[in-house]
Design a protein around this ligand. Structure first.
Ligand code: ADP
Ligand code: MG
Length: 235
């Protein structure tokens, strides 16, 4: 069997990652700045000009991708903890990712359930779910199917995100969550790392089961909010 379930707990501390991300974003900016300085020279050939512009755009796109995988992660805080109802939050991220899926002829299915309450930062939960759903979509060819299923039992909420995509071998699964590990030409290798960190910060965990050529399932497990805990979180 090629599939494997794995708990990933090899995360670096947040400050390390933040430092390394700002470095990653600064690089493309420095390179672009250099090209713009070169472009100030009016004697350079049109060919060179076009070349510098092309490279600058590529570098800026790279910076943009890094920021979008990382967006809400940079400033960890416990100040924005809210009581979140997961059916509602998932419905929100569906709105965000549906255009991306439609563009690639991917269908999304959501299996909802009764109200499920957890405590967490709304934006970070969105970021984690979007990063995982985006990976699922990117792993599939047209007509693929992304399924998001929500359940709860034994004081835990489970969000199960499955795709029918290319899948991963053991080595790839093992490397998941390692900063900058990517098999995509324009990948950042930050999406899963960010998702793992966010879920860990919510006292939850993320497990993955993957089978080459068949698909991948990520299961997020997050503690439910107990009644006593929730009273002070309610508006
Ligand atoms: P990126 O998407 O920018 O490559 P991620 O951290 O989001 O970075 O993902 C890292 C790598 O993990 C991907 O490049 C891919 O090889 C693998 N991966 C993640 N999710 C999936 C998935 N659902 N199916 C197949 N491979 C995946
Ligand atoms: Mg990704």
């Amino acid at each position: 069997v090629l599939s494997e379930i794995k708990e990933l707990e090899k995360l670096k501390v947040v400050s390390d990652i933040a430092a390394s991300i700002s470095h990653e974003v600064r690089n493309p900016l420095t390179v672009t700045k250099g090209f713009l300085q070169l472009l100030q020279d009016h004697t350079i050939s049109l060919e060179k000009k076009e070349f510098y512009i092309k490279l600058s755009l590529e570098e800026l796109e790279r910076a943009e991708e890094i920021i979008s995988d990382y967006l809400t992660f940079a400033k960890p805080s416990i100040e924005n903890i809210d009581l979140l109802e997961l059916n509602r939050e998932i419905q929100y991220i569906l709105k965000v990712i549906t255009p991306y899926a439609t563009m690639r002829d991917i269908d999304i299915m959501f299996e909802k359930t009764d109200d499920v309450f957890i405590a967490g930062e709304r934006q970070k939960l969105h970021q984690a779910l979007i990063n995982l759903a985006k990976n699922g979509i990117e792993a599939m060819s047209p007509n693929g199917k992304l399924t998001i299923k929500l359940t709860s039992h034994e004081n835990m909420a489970h969000i199960i995100i499955s795709d029918t995509g290319i899948g991963m071998n053991e080595e790839q699964v093992r490397r998941l969550g390692t900063p900058y590990y990517s098999t995509k030409t324009t990948g950042t290798g930050l999406g899963t790392m960010v998702a793992f960190s966010i879920i860990k910060a919510m006292r939850g965990h993320l497990s993955v089961k993957s089978s080459l050529g068949e698909g991948t399932t990520f299961t997020l497990t997050i503690p439910l909010v107990q009644h006593e805990e929730s009273s002070h979180l309610l508006p």
